[in-house]
Ligand binder design. Sequence first.
Ligand code: SF4
Ligand code: SF4
Length: 399
Amino acid sequence: MMFTDTYRFNDVIHRCFRCGYCKFPTNWMDVNNCPPYARFRMEPYSCGGRLWLTRAWLNEELDWSEHLAEILYSCTTCRNCEVKCPLSFNVDIVNMVVAARSEMIERGKIPGAVKRFLENIDLHGNPYGSARSKRDAWMEGVEIEGYNGQEYLYYVGCTGSYDTRAQKSARALGMLLRKAGLSFGVLGNQENCDGNEVHKLGEAGLFEMLAQENIGRFNGLGAKKIITLSPHAYNAIKNLYPRYGGDFRVFHYTRVIFELIKEGKLDISGGFAAQVTYHDPCFLGRWNEEYETPRRILAAVPSLRLIEMEKNRDAALCCGGGAGNFEIDLLSGSESSPARRRVRQAAETGATVLAAACPKCLVMLEDAAKAEELEGRLSIRDILEIVTDACGMESGLQT
Ligand code: SF4
Ligand code: SF4
């Protein structure tokens, strides 16, 4: 079968004329907002370059190679290019990349790391290849009920469940929801991957299976309102699950925590004395246009001074972890890696704390701060950890 029969953007992809506007964040002197282009500084890794390369492969003017596959998979689906591209097809740029990835999957020609990532999710329900029976390990030391019809289902996600750094955020959210007296429960070992990354990697069949299983499980338990730790899960449940009949009210935790503070159910009068800058996660910001609620939480914390990085809101630089790259890791290994650029941008503001609202960003940025030897000068904290401190609680940082 020819690509031209199956690739649904065949009549669109040629419209990119490689003007390069999509590379620029805020000024024409700076071309570092497309993470893979910032990392490798070679045209094929830019948005336009990748589209041209993809078109050449789809038109069979170029043979498949491992390198071509890596270039295609190096896009983190951060959507910076969609904000910057002046053409009307800009809304479909990431869709074009995802559809091309689906073509590669169909032909069994994807990078080994992507294959392992997808296989782990298929076999173990998480990209790390960890046992399903260990999914509730994050709850150790925190009393949290299993979900049995409470008002909210707290969906933790793979990174919060398994990554030891992100588990601290998962615990902090559980502790805060308990302190506020919210009626909620978790799925523990019954939780499965939400599939957001699977979708962005182009594995439509596996995504559909995960979405249907999750929707069935949520519905079977009577869950109607869902709180997510991760913006990635928030995106999947809010924007992708409705295609498969999923009809839930889904909240990223920032919205819930902000409301609980506003209602006086969380007392943050203890404050947090530090200069803090905030990193917009792509799946909360550009994907779901939620820029202000995390900032409102930080602004409400006594003694906290919020400073903006130059690249903020829809011009924020992605941490490089999207589309599975927090684990597939096609962009690390250099001071040009996006997460290392981002922590340098944060340090340049004079802030001593970089606040995150996504467990994947948290892990990426903390590793980058270590690589940049910024420990002691810049600490990476989830907004949840800042709020637990301000509440005078033992923070979720205890392991
Ligand atoms: S994606 Fe848009 S902005 Fe980027 S090179 Fe192509 S036409 Fe230009
Ligand atoms: S979505 Fe992000 S990583 Fe992908 S091409 Fe656009 S700017 Fe680059």
